[in-house]
Design a binder for this molecule. Structure first.
Ligand code: PMV
Length: 335
């Protein structure tokens, strides 16, 4: 099955006449149990389920309109060259939705989270594009359908359709109609995430080729599905019980296990910089000293810290410049 066939199924019988403009915000999401490895490269179908928390206020706003000219993509007001990888990828995605072959789109994205540094920004970009398309065409799609369309842009984007804790159910169907995000009902107002930006440098290899290489060459990858199964169970129970230590421990171990599969690939995939390792050691030392502080990491060198509102002042003092997010709002937060 191709992406276009999936899109045609979802849009069957829906309006194809665009309105004036569509505009939407989607939050970035941070996986506590990672998505790493696909069962279908074309449709971005994962081998395993994953679980994330949305960043509420941190993400991407996209405005969309149609035009008689070639596609224009503006990031923070700056037009991208048609040769840039982001433009090429966006064009390929928009091809799935053109009401007429000659028509182009004008896409303006504004993100309040650094792009391409492993801070999960492609997720909020594609999710906000899908929501803006729904708005522009007046489709009024259901949330699972929006999630599936976002997944076709970037796997993790399917989770950015919902706020709060979100599980992406891997599904089994070949067409991926059962592979979409589902929100978990639990709220956790005291939970905090800290974005520790060590570099804004673009990552050396994208998550797409890195995942493929891991799956094909890492001897450790065989152990990954069992790791995920246990971690998902632990995370759901930790969320249900508001057991922060269990949540943090599981998320950190899951991220390190994912990175272990990458490091054992050939050629090796190592996103860590010396600063990343230094931050890990600092977190471990603080934890040794009694602070309930954990981290997770994605396909990039930056870390995301996990802690509770009661420790916010201490964590902020240890990591100057840390951007603190309250995924469920609440408390004295700057986010
Ligand atoms: O959605 P992609 O293709 O950018 O992959 C994201 C993969 C990780 O961020 C490393 C893990 C995850 O679940 O978000």
């Amino acid at each position: 099955l191709t992406k276009q066939e999936v899109v045609n199924r979802i849009l069957a019988g829906r309006k194809q006449k665009p309105g004036k403009a569509g505009r939407s915000f989607a939050a970035a999401n941070i996986a506590l149990c990672k998505y790493w490895g696909k069962r279908d490269d074309e449709l971005n179908l994962p081998l395993t389920s994953s679980l994330s928390v949305s960043l509420r206020t941190k993400g991407t706003t996209t405005s969309l309109s149609v035009s008689e000219r070639a596609d224009e993509v503006l990031v923070s007001g700056e037009p991208l060259s048609p040769e840039s990888p982001v433009h090429v990828r966006m064009r390929g995605y928009l091809d799935l939705f053109r009401p007429e072959p000659g028509l182009g789109f004008v896409v303006r994205t504004e993100s309040n989270i650094p792009l391409a540094a492993g801070l999960a920004s492609s997720a909020s970009v594609f999710a906000s594009v899908v929501l803006a398309l729904d708005h522009l065409f007046g489709w009024k799609l259901q949330l699972p359908e929006l999630s599936i369309l976002a997944r076709l842009g970037s796997g993790s984007a399917c989770r950015s359709i919902h706020p709060g804790f979100v599980e992406w159910e891997a599904g089994r169907a070949a067409d991926g109609m059962d592979s979409h995000a589902v929100p978990l009902p639990e709220q956790w107002p005291e939970l905090r995430l800290g974005l520790l930006l060590l570099t804004t440098q673009a990552k050396p290899i994208g998550s797409r080729p890195a995942m493929k290489r891991t799956r094909e060459t890492s001897v450790l990858y065989a152990a990954w599905p069992a790791q995920v199964e246990g971690d998902l169970r632990n995370l759901k129970e930790a969320i249900r019980d508001h057991d922060f230590e269990r949540l943090g421990r599981t998320a950190e171990a899951n991220a390190l296990a994912m990175h272990a599969t990458m490091i054992s690939s050939w050629p090796p995939v190592l996103y860590w910089l010396p600063e990343s390792v230094e931050a890990m050691r600092k977190i471990w030392a603080l934890r040794e000293g009694g602070l309930a502080l954990y981290f997770t990491m994605d396909a990039g060198p930056n870390l995301k810290l996990l802690f509770q509102a009661s420790d916010e002042a201490r964590v902020a003092a240890e990591f100057p410049g840390l951007e603190v997010v309250a995924p469920f709002g609440g408390g004295s937060v700057k986010s």
